[in-house]
Design a protein around this ligand. Structure first.
Ligand code: C2E
Ligand code: MG
Ligand code: MG
Length: 331
C-alpha cells in the first residue's frame, strides 16, 4: 500500500514506493500487508550497503570464526564446538550475524559464505586434531537456502576430503522452521548427509512448528533447546515444563539433547536434574577465537587427553577476571 499525496505526487514515484512496500511484504510471508513508510526506504539502503560490504569482506578474508564449547553436563568434558561467524567492519565495528545473515540469505551471498565457514571450520578442526588435542565435532550453522541446494552434499563431501577431516567430526545445525518447509526435499538432503557420516542438529528447538510425525523421520543426532526456554528453567515456577518435555521427547526418539544459552549455575543444575545431556552457553564458555578455544580445550577435563578431575558445579570455563557484559570472549 502507498498513499497519495503523502508518499508521492506522481505515478512514477507512487509505483516505486508501492514496489518497495511489496518487497517488504513478500519477505514477511504469505498474506502480509505493508504500508510504505520512509523508514522502508532507509532500511533498503542499509541492506544494500551491508550486502556490498559483506561481498568485499568475503573476498578479502575479513570474516572469522569464533568457537563456543558444548559441554557434557555430567562430566564437564568438552564434546564439541559451534562455529559462529564474526565480522568486524572497518568503519562500523562489530556487525552481529543476526544483522548480516538475513541480508546474505536474500542476496544469495550466503552460499559462498557457508562454503567458507565449512572450509574454515573443517580446516581448524583438523589442525586441532593434528596438534594432539581431544577429537571433537565442530558444528556449522547452515541456512534454509543452503539446505535447498542440491549440491550441498557434494560441497560438504569435497570440503571434508580437501581438509582431511573424518565426517563424524562435522555437524550441521539447521533450524526447525527450515526443515519444516519442503519437508520431502529436506529429508532427502539430510539423509544423504547422514549417510555420508555427518551429524545433524535441530537448532532453536521449540521455537518453530515441528510436526512430531516428521521429527521421527529426520535423521537427527541432537535437539538444541532454544535459549528462550533455558532462561526460565530455574525460575522455581513452571519454567522447567517445556525443557523437560523436550528432553523426554528427544530421549524417547533416541536423540541427544543440548541446552543453549545456559548462563547461570542454577540453570545448569536444573537442566542436569532434568536429564539434559549437554549444555552450551556463557556459563560454560563464551564464543572465542580459535587460539583461545584451543587453550580452553587443553584445560577442560581430558581435553589435552590427560584425564583431569571433573568439576560439574564450577566448570573450568568460568574463569575469574573475564570482562562481564561482553558477549564474546575477545570482543
Ligand atoms: P545460533 O546458532 O542459535 O547460535 C547461538 C547464539 O547464541 C550465538 O549468537 C551465541 O553467541 C549466542 N549465545 C551463546 N551462549 C549464549 C548465552 O549464554 N547467552 C546469550 N544471551 N547468548 C548466547 P551469534 O553468534 O550472535 O549468532 C546468532 C545466530 O546467527 C546463530 O544462532 C545462527 O543462527 C546465526 N549464525 C551464526 N554464525 C553463522 C554462520 O556461520 N552461518 C549461518 N548461516 N548462520 C550463522
Ligand atoms: Mg546454532
Ligand atoms: Mg540456537
Amino acid at each position: 500500500l502507498t498513499l497519495f499525496p503523502q508518499d508521492g505526487r506522481d505515478a512514477d514515484v507512487l509505483v516505486k514506493t508501492a514496489d518497495l512496500a511489496l518487497s517488504w511484504a513478500k519477505q514477511e510471508g504469505a498474506g502480509a500487508c505493508v504500508l510504505y513508510r520512509h523508514e522502508l526506504h532507509l532500511r533498503a539502503i542499509e541492506r544494500n550497503t551491508i550486502e556490498r560490504d559483506l561481498r568485499t569482506a568475503l573476498a578479502q578474508n575479513q570474516l572469522m570464526l569464533f568457537y563456543q564449547p558444548k559441554v557434557d553436563i555430567e562430566s564437564g568434558r568438552v564434546t564439541g564446538a559451534e562455529a559462529l561467524i564474526r565480522w568486524w567492519h572497518e568503519d562500523r565495528g562489530f556487525i552481529p550475524p543476526a544483522t548480516f545473515i538475513p541480508v546474505a540469505e536474500r542476496s544469495g551471498l550466503v552460499v559462498p559464505l557457508t562454503k567458507w565457514v565449512l572450509d574454515e571450520a573443517c580446516r581448524q578442526n583438523r589442525v586441532w586434531q593434528d596438534d594432539g588435542l581431544m577429537k571433537i565435532g565442530v558444528a556449522v550453522n547452515v541456512s534454509a537456502i543452503d539446505l535447498r541446494r542440491t549440491d550441498l552434499t557434494d560441497t560438504i563431501a569435497n570440503t571434508l576430503i580437501r581438509r582431511g577431516l573424518s565426517p563424524q567430526f562435522l555437524e550441521l545445525e539447521v533450524t526447525e522452521s527450515m526443515v519444516m518447509e519442503d519437508v520431502d526435499v529436506v529429508i532427502g538432503t539430510l539423509r544423504r548427509l547422514r549417510s555420508l557420516g555427518v551429524g545433524i542438529s535441530i537448532d532453536d528447538f521449540g521455537t518453530g512448528y515441528s510436526s512430531l510425525a516428521y521429527l521421527k523421520r529426520f535423521p537427527v543426532k541432537r535437539l538444541k533447546i532454544d535459549r528462550s526456554f533455558v532462561q526460565d528453567v530455574a525460575d522455581g515456577r513452571d519454567g522447567n515444563v517445556i525443557p523437560k518435555v523436550i528432553i523426554d521427547l528427544a530421549h524417547a526418539l533416541g536423540v541427544k539433547v543440548i541446552a543453549e544459552g545456559v548462563e547461570t549455575v542454577e540453570q545448569y543444575e536444573a537442566l542436569h536434574a532434568l536429564g539434559c545431556d549437554e549444555v552450551q552457553g556463557y556459563f560454560v564458555g563464551r564464543p572465542m577465537p580459535a587460539a583461545e578455544f584451543e587453550v580452553f580445550l587443553r584445560n577442560s577435563p581430558a581435553g589435552g587427553l590427560q584425564g583431569t578431575a571433573i568439576q560439574v558445579s564450577k566448570p573450568a570455563a568460568v574463569k575469574p577476571g573475564r570482562k562481564p557484559g561482553l558477549k564474546d570472549s575477545a570482543a
